[in-house]
Design a protein around this ligand. Structure first.
Ligand code: CMP
Length: 153
């Protein structure tokens, strides 16, 4: 059983009650990764999403021979949800920047939860949607800022 109560420290997971956390604790895995390890690579099939319990992860992508750092993740954040949601290959590389402890939620477990424990599955979906919405807002802001800078140059 994996202790998931740390999630309640983060506002985005506050809707999760004891029943959700207990049900999930027997269905997820806790995995340790050392600094420098790659969790996944762009283009690979994605079979799970991961929540960061400890450590720092670097999301990056090679574009036209240049390495772009997309985001840094720490405890309470997650990655791998894009493949989990749409079944597409991984959209970026994820590397361990500081030794990490991750909670792995496999796709098949998430799919099974939808019929076995729909209210828990809905809370997970809600967290994913809120995060994706936040990212769209951030991308819009960055795109507008970049347009403004180009216009000023
Ligand atoms: P996935 O595509 O499954 O695997 C790579 C992960 O990197 C992806 O899911 C997201 O969790 C994360 N990721 C990719 N692009 C971005 C982005 N623009 N902002 C934040 N995280 C991202």
């Amino acid at each position: 059983m994996v202790d998931l109560y740390f999630l309640l420290e983060y506002p985005i997971f506050r809707d999760f009650g004891d029943a959700d956390l207990e049900a999930l604790s027997g269905r997820v895995q806790e995995l340790r990764f050392a600094k420098g390890q790659a969790i996944c690579h762009e283009g690979e099939a994605g079979d799970a999403m991961y929540v960061v319990k400890e450590g720092v992860l670097d999301i990056q992508r090679m574009e036209s021979g240049h390495l772009h750092h997309i985001n840094l993740l720490s405890a309470g954040e997650f990655f791998g949800e894009m493949s989990l949601i749409d079944g597409s290959p991984r959209s970026a590389d994820v590397l361990v920047k500081e030794d990490a402890l991750l909670i792995k939620l496999p796709v098949h477990v998430y799919q099974a939860l939808k019929s076995e424990l729909p209210s828990t599955a809905l809370k997970i979906a809600d967290v994913l949607l809120k995060t994706l919405s936040h990212r769209v807002r951030r991308s819009t802001k960055r795109a507008l800022e970049s347009e403004r800078k180009q216009g000023a140059a």
